[in-house]
Design a protein around this ligand. Structure first.
Ligand SMILES: [Zn+2]
Length: 195
């Protein structure tokens, strides 16, 4: 999920900067944009919890920070896996880094209508109703099961990223008029070679 301050030009402008959380030579992935079928395909369950997955998690955090996002799902970097990272502090607090392998929402409560964006749909935002509180069951990067509760922005980020793992984008939660408007604008950008 993108941060409030994210603009369409942010990822390109910041891609070469050092991510806020220090990590030597992290791979900064290019984030796949709307239109690529990988974004609309459900991911496969994570089954191998090894050093490679730990590397992937750290590279995903670095890529997310570089793009000024608060959540990044594996399909957004072309990997069809049920795997995502979330940090609603944008790298300011290392303890806020959350790795979600095979996550599922087990409980949801309340409703909040708030503007939302996506790193794969840069430059566009829309109001989406999400639960105010969610409980998520997942595995960490080592495969250990855990449960986490999120409220407001964190709940929104969990729902947004879990949607990605199911091949769902926030556009699908918008009204038809708004969704079609965004799709038309993206089509135009693509024709102009700007998408
Ligand atoms: Zn997204």
């Amino acid at each position: 999920m993108s941060d409030k301050s994210t603009s369409s030009k942010a990822p390109a402008a910041t891609a070469n900067q050092t991510p806020p959380v220090s990590s030597p030579q992290r791979k900064i992935y290019r984030i796949i944009k709307y239109g690529d079928p990988v974004l609309e395909k459900p991911g496969a369950p994570v089954e191998k919890f090894d050093a490679e997955l730990e590397e992937l998690a750290e590279d995903m955090f670095a890529s997310m920070y570089a793009a000024q996002g608060v959540g990044l799902a594996a399909p957004q970097i072309g990997k069809g896996l049920r795997f995502a990272v979330v940090d609603v502090t944008g790298g300011k607090n290392p303890e806020a880094k959350i790795v979600l392998a095979n996550p599922e929402v087990t409980h949801a409560e309340g409703e909040v209508r708030e503007e939302e964006g996506c790193l794969s749909i840069p430059g566009f935002r829309g109001y989406v109703v999400r639960p105010q509180f969610v409980t998520v069951k997942a595995q960490n990067v080592k495969g250990e099961p855990f449960e986490i509760r999120g409220e407001n922005l964190l709940a929104r980020a969990f729902c947004h990223e879990i949607d990605h793992l199911n091949g769902i984008l926030f556009l699908q939660h918008l009204g038809m008029l708004k969704r079609d408007l965004i799709k038309r604008k993206i089509k135009k950008l693509r024709k102009q070679g700007e998408w």
